[in-house]
Design a protein around this ligand. Structure first.
Ligand SMILES: Nc1ncnc2c1ncn2[C@@H]1O[C@H](COP(=O)(O)OP(=O)(O)OP(=O)(O)O)[C@@H](O)[C@H]1O
Ligand SMILES: Nc1ncnc2c1ncn2[C@@H]1O[C@H](COP(=O)(O)OP(=O)(O)OP(=O)(O)O)[C@@H](O)[C@H]1O
Ligand SMILES: [Mg+2]
Ligand SMILES: [Mg+2]
Lengths: 253, 253
C-alpha cells in the first residue's frame, strides 16, 4: 500500500516545505523509494533541489491540467530513491482553470494512481491556504502530517484545517487519516515547551514524539540546493528529521 | 488624504501581522489616528490585541457581506488613537460567498470610503495568498508595503505579487503605489546581509531604509496581548518599528 502523506497547515512559514524536503530525504536514506510533490506556486520545494520551477517540464501544472499525465511522467530523480515533481511555471493559473473542471478535486489522486513507478512514499507540499491545490493534496493522501511551529498562536489555525479535513474525509476521501502533528522550529520562542505541553493535551497520541528544533542549518541548506541531511549531517535538524522518518515509518509499517 | 496601506506577501510567516500590529501602534504613538484591519481568517492580528475573532461583533465578516456597514461600525478602540477591525468568525466562508457578488473586489474600499471616523492611517493585514480577501485589500489601498524575511528564497514570491499588483492597478485601482519593501526577521539566517544587498539591487529606492531585526520580543509580545512597543519598549524590534513608522510618515507626508 503506497503511503501518500499530505503536509499541510494554512499558517504560513511553519516548516511545511522544510519537512517535505528533509523527511522525504530521510525516508529515502532508510531505503524507501520516495516521490515529493510540489503544490506551492512559489516552488520553494522544487528550488531546494536545484530545479527551476518555471522551466522544468513536464510539471505539476501539466499533470493537473492534462488527465493523461501520471505522476511518473513528471517526477524527476534528484537522488538515490528520491524523485521530485516540480511545481511548474504557473500553478496559480492552473488552480484557477481547474476550478471549472468537474473532477477538479480528484485530478492529483488519479494521476498518482495511474503512476507506473512503484514508490513506497509520496509526500505532498501544500501552499499556506485551504484552496483547491491543498484540497487536491488532501484528497490524494491517505495520511495528513501537520507541522506546527511552537509559537504563541501556533494552534489557532489547526482547528479550521481539521474541520476541512473531516469534511473531505466524509465527502470525498474516507481513507484520509491524521498521521500526527509535529512541533517545528522548537526553541525559537521562549515559551516553546509550554506550548508543546498544551499541544499534547489537545492532540494526545497524535502529537508525534519527534520534535524539530530551531536550527539555522535547516534555513541555510536550501541556499546550497541541499537537504539539511547532506548540508550538515550532524546538525540538530538533520538528526531530528532522521528521527521523524524512523517514527513515521514505524507508525505506518 | 487618508493613507491606506495594504501589508501583503503571499509567502507565509514573513512578519505581515507583526508589522501591521507594531507599525500601527508606532504611528499612533507619533500622534496619528490609526485603524488596523484584519483580513486573515486565522485572526492573528485580532488576537494580538486580546480580542476574540470568533465572538467580537460586528467584524470584517459583517462588513464584507453587508454593504451598509462602514469601517467605523466595525473598528474598536484598543489604545489611544488606535482601532482594530476584527477578523470575525469565518472569513473563509465570507470570502467564498463574496465570490458571487458583482462588486466582490471593491467591498472593502467602499466600506472605508463610507467610514465616518476620520483616521490618518488604515493598515490592512492580509492572508498568505493572493485570493479575494487580499485583492480587496489591494483595491482598497493606495500604498503597498511588502515585508520580506531575509532568508534564501525570500524574494521568489515577490515577483508574482507585483505582477498581480500591477494588474490591479491597471484594471481597478490606479491609485495603488508601492510604498516599499521592508526586510524582516533580519539575522535569522547567516546570509541575511547578502540577501539585503541583493534586495537593494532589485528594489533600488523602494527598499526602505528601516530593517526589522530577528528579536524574540516580537514573537513573545502577542502572548501577553501587547505590541512589542509596550511589551519591551527598548527591544531592538520596538526601536526598529518606531524607526519604520518615522520613515513611512516622512515618505507619505
Ligand atoms: N528547523 C528550522 N530551524 C530554523 N529555520 C527553519 C526551520 N525549518 C524551517 N526554517 C525556516 O523557516 C522559514 C519557513 O520554512 P518553510 O518555508 O519550510 O515553511 P512553510 O510552512 O513551507 O512556508 P509557506 O507557508 O510559505 O509555504 C524558511 O526560511 C526556513 O528555512
Ligand atoms: N522581528 C521578529 N523577530 C522574531 N520573530 C518574529 C519577528 N517578526 C515576526 N516574528 C515571528 O515569526 C512568526 C511569523 O510572523 P507573522 O505571524 O507576523 O508573519 P505573517 O507573515 O503574518 O504570517 P502568515 O503568513 O501566516 O500570516 C510569528 O511567530 C512571529 O511572532
Ligand atoms: Mg512552503
Ligand atoms: Mg499573518
Amino acid at each position: 500500500m503506497r503511503r501518500v502523506i499530505a503536509v499541510a497547515n494554512q499558517k504560513g512559514g511553519v516548516g511545511k516545505t522544510t519537512t517535505v524536503v528533509n523527511l522525504g530525504a530521510a525516508l529515502a536514506d532508510l531505503g524507501y523509494r520516495v516521490a515529493l510533490i510540489d503544490l506551492d506556486s512559489q516552488g520553494a520545494m522544487t528550488v531546494s533541489f536545484g530545479l527551476n520551477p518555471y522551466t522544468t517540464k513536464p510539471s505539476m501544472v501539466n499533470l493537473l491540467l492534462n488527465k493523461d499525465i501520471a505522476l511518473s511522467d513528471v517526477a524527476k530523480s534528484v537522488a538515490e530513491r528520491l524523485q521530485v515533481a516540480p511545481a511548474g511555471s504557473d500553478l496559480l493559473s492552473a488552480e484557477y482553470r481547474l476550478l471549472k473542471q468537474p473532477d477538479r478535486t480528484t485530478r492529483l489522486r488519479d494521476a498518482i494512481e495511474k503512476s507506473r513507478d512503484d514508490v513506497d512514499y509520496v509526500l505532498i507540499d501544500t501552499p499556506p491556504n485551504l484552496g483547491l491545490l491543498t484540497v487536491n493534496g488532501l484528497v490524494a493522501a491517505n495520511q495528513l502530517l501537520i507541522p506546527v511551529k511552537t509559537e504563541y498562536l501556533a494552534m489557532r489555525g489547526v482547528r479550521p484545517l481539521l474541520e476541512s479535513v473531516w469534511l473531505i474525509r466524509d465527502r470525498i476521501n474516507p481513507d484520509l487519516q491524521l498521521l500526527g502533528v509535529v512541533p517545528t522550529m522548537h526553541g525559537a520562542s521562549p515559551n516553546a515547551d509550554a506550548i508543546v505541553s498544551e499541544m499534547s493535551k489537545v492532540f494526545r497520541n497524535k502529537l508525534l514524539k519527534s520534535t524539530i528544533p530551531m536550527d539555522e542549518a535547516a534555513a541555510v541548506a536550501p541556499a546550497s540546493r541541499q537537504t539539511v541531511l547532506d548540508y550538515r549531517p550532524a546538525s540538530r535538524a538533520a538528526v531530528a528529521y532522521r528521527e521523524l522518518a524512523k517514527e513515521v515509518s514505524d507508525v505506518l509499517r
